[in-house]
Design a protein around this ligand. Structure first.
Ligand code: FEO
Length: 397
């Protein structure tokens, strides 16, 4: 169903789709609330489509376009981002509209030619370039690495509206409306941070660059490629992106631990007690065997403190902890304070490896790393408790 009675703005229509079937975004990130692939039609003397949808939804997508256009053709496809969740339907679109002109930048076309065989005209735009659709004039700004190198955003100065590609997007299907003022936004905020942490989190510097570049543009509406169209929440969503891309955190601590038989979990619980007794109220515990890493990363992006615990496994780290460290490192997460504890039965490697991780990340190491042998005794649990208290003092400094 198309939102014909509810345009995004004058003569701009939402023609995106909800994906409530896919379990894993990019085949690894859980989608308990689904995800939307947003696409927009600008109807003027010329008609432009901004991005497409995952090819699995092409049939529905084209039906919605038909409902809006009632036989008119599409003159331009603007490709702000070439990732297949948005670009996937380009091949079929070009078959339906063989005279369509594709608007993108040099890198867009490099990627386009790699994914599709298209013989239609290409309109190359660069930083600040303009495209006229009649009354509507669109400007293009490059936003490399937010989230791929070819990403650009499209600005409509008349309507003060930004098509922002993945920026300001979130997981979560749109239940009955695409407008932020008509949705219960509660589940979106956490999923927006998880989306940021997992998809864009590595590129804080580039996000800062884009925010500075676009900061002077008057804005009434942001149309991302996933999640709600932002109208009433603009200061909040821009502020969150500014905060996350500067790796700014809130007081609180994540304890991420692996535990095969519950012994390392006892250590984690003693650490948590120390944190709470030290005055920290936001303590989030993640058993890495139960929490998907995307949720752990989202919480790490939120809170200043991180304490990681791991059993020794094959003379190294517990595999899921090893994998978590890799995900943290590849995102270059900054501005955290860090503590660790490990456990072993006959050879203690985990604590040593976790201690070295502080250096890898250039994070201050808080308290004394605790290395436990076999079952935890009172003395070791007390050391864990003290580690929690030391972290609490750091977080509240
Ligand atoms: Fe939603 Fe980077 O694609």
């Amino acid at each position: 169903m198309t939102y014909l009675n509810k345009p995004v703005a004058d003569n701009i229509y939402y023609v995106g789709v909800n994906d409530c079937q896919k379990h894993l975004f990019e085949n690894y990130l859980p989608l308990p609330n689904g995800v939307s692939y947003n696409s927009y039609l600008i109807v003027d003397e010329k008609v432009a489509l901004v991005d497409t949808v995952d090819v699995a939804f092409a049939d529905l997508f084209f039906r919605q376009i038909d409902e809006v256009l009632k036989g008119r053709t599409i003159d331009y496809l603007i490709v702000d981002h070439m990732e297949p969740d948005h670009a996937g339907s380009i091949g079929l679109l070009v078959n339906r509209y063989p005279d369509i002109q594709i608007v993108g930048n040099k890198k867009t076309f490099d990627f386009l030619k790699g994914y599709f065989t298209v013989n239609c005209p290409l309109v190359e735009v660069a930083e600040g370039g303009e495209l006229s659709l009649g009354k509507t004039k669109l400007n293009f700004y490059m936003a490399p690495m937010v989230h791929w190198p070819e990403v650009m955003v499209t600005y409509d100065p008349e309507r003060q509206l930004l098509f922002s590609a993945d920026a300001f997007g979130t997981f979560g299907a749109l239940n009955g409306s695409f407008c932020d003022d008509e949705l219960d936004l509660t589940p979106f905020w956490d999923d927006m941070r998880r989306y940021y942490a997992c998809i864009v989190g590595k590129y804080g510097m580039q996000v800062q660059g884009a925010l500075k570049k676009l900061g002077g543009l008057p804005l009434q509406t942001i149309c991302p490629t996933h999640g709600p169209v932002w109208k009433t929440q603009l200061p909040k969503v821009v502020g969150l992106y500014d905060q996350w891309s500067k790796y700014e955190t809130e007081p609180g601590c994540v304890i991420a631990y692996g535990s095969m038989y519950g012994n390392t979990q006892q250590l984690a619980e003693a650490v948590a007690q120390g944190l709470v007794d030290g005055g920290v109220r936001n303590v989030v515990m993640h058993n890495v065997s139960k929490s998907d890493a995307s949720y752990i990363l989202a919480d790490i992006f939120k809170y200043k403190g991180l304490i990681i615990g791991s059993p020794t496994y094959m003379n190294g780290l517990y595999p899921l902890i090893d994998s978590l460290l890799h995900k943290i490192e590849e995102r270059g997460i900054k501005n955290h304070v860090y503590g660790c504890f490990g456990s072993h039965t006959w050879a203690g490697t985990a604590c040593k490896r976790l201690t070295e991780f502080a250096e890898t990340m250039k994070w201050p190491l808080v308290g004394t790393p605790v290395d436990n042998k076999q079952g935890a005794d009172t003395e070791t649990l007390n050391l864990c408790y003290e580690l929690g208290k030391a972290m609490a003092a750091q977080i509240q400094m």
